[in-house]
Design a protein around this ligand. Structure first.
Ligand SMILES: Nc1ncnc2c1ncn2[C@@H]1O[C@H](COP(=O)(O)OP(=O)(O)OP(=O)(O)O)[C@@H](O)[C@H]1O
Ligand SMILES: [Mg+2]
Length: 281
């Protein structure tokens, strides 16, 4: 098996709990991601998903543990290595209303990374690249001079994805990229991300509340619970035979259009209800 492109080892991130103590938002998380892998990160609200990826991209500094990218420990990486990391690993955030600067045109937003990471590009080349990635996400050159406010939520998220794609990343990290969108456009954005992953071979970390989406988009899944990795493995086996009780509960809580599972779930529910009713209080 090839060496992982990204590896977290025993990463810990704590925050003050407001009472003089500390709580671990991320508690000794270890995970290895190989190039081209699509890893879904799931878990209930507050389980540490966002903090984990914020540690990866450097928005948070872990208390301890190591994060290596392409064999380089990010904590001791050189300026040049860090710059390469920032180009190769791009992020798409949950809320396309707050993640796009309202004062910048689409051309400036999408071209932003190119100014930094491809400084030798001429303005015309930059514009061509912007048009190219806008077309990839289903928009066109007409969007260039416009501002984010004149786009819908779904279109804004496409612009955010175009921005992430412009510097030709190797890895895309998406933190609930469709949660803030209308249900009607969620599927379009997911289909787009799926194409990015499959056709461009992008490595993808995809945080989601919706386990059905992860099944559709990712080949493996990591289940987080209270800052820890509860379970990890291929989507097919974790979904079919979850090892952890927590994963099972998570899967049960989410409507999945799977008649066999629905029947099994209803049967379990009936069994537990009967058990409760027959257990003396
Ligand atoms: N800046 C911060 N200061 C203090 N506590 C924080 C901070 N950021 C996160 N936390 C806490 O860390 C824990 C994990 O938060 P995190 O945002 O990583 O969860 P999450 O799994 O992404 O949740 P959600 O699904 O709601 O986005 C939570 O208990 C949260 O309150
Ligand atoms: Mg989060």
């Amino acid at each position: 098996m090839s060496a992982p492109i990204l590896e977290l080892r025993d990463v810990v991130k704590t925050y003050g709990d407001g009472n003089g103590g500390r709580v671990a938002a991320v508690d000794h998380v270890s995970v290895a991601v190989t190039e081209g892998q699509g890893l879904g990160i799931v878990g209930e609200s507050g389980s540490g998903k966002s903090t984990t990826v914020r540690c990866i991209v450097g928005l948070e500094k872990p208390d301890s543990g190591t994060i290596t990218y392409d064999g380089i420990d990010l904590a001791s990486a050189s300026r040049a290595e860090r710059k390469r990391f920032r180009r190769e690993v791009q992020m798409v955030f949950q809320d396309p209303y707050s993640s796009l600067s309202p004062r910048l045109s689409v051309e400036e937003i999408v071209g932003e990374g190119l100014v930094v990471h491809a400084p030798r590009m001429s303005r015309a080349q930059r514009r061509d690249r912007c048009v190219e990635v806008l077309e990839t996400v289903g928009l066109d050159a007409g969007a260039l001079p416009r501002f984010p406010r004149s786009f819908s939520g779904g279109q804004r998220q496409r612009i955010a994805i175009a921005r992430a794609l412009a510097p030709e990343p190797r890895m895309l990290i998406c933190d609930e990229p469709v949660s803030a969108l209308d249900v009607s456009v969620q599927a379009q954005v997911i289909t787009l991300l799926r194409r990015m992953h499959r056709e461009l071979g992008l490595t993808m970390l995809f945080i989601a509340h919706d386990l059905a989406v992860v099944r559709h988009l990712c080949d493996s899944v990591l289940v987080m619970h209270e800052g820890r990795v509860e379970e990890t493995g291929p989507v097919s086996s974790v979904y079919a035979q979850p090892e952890a009780g927590y994963t099972r509960a998570l899967l049960d809580a989410i409507p999945i259009p799977d008649p066999a599972r629905d029947r099994a779930r209803r049967a379990r529910w009936r069994a537990s209800t009967i058990a409760e009713e027959t257990t003396p209080a």
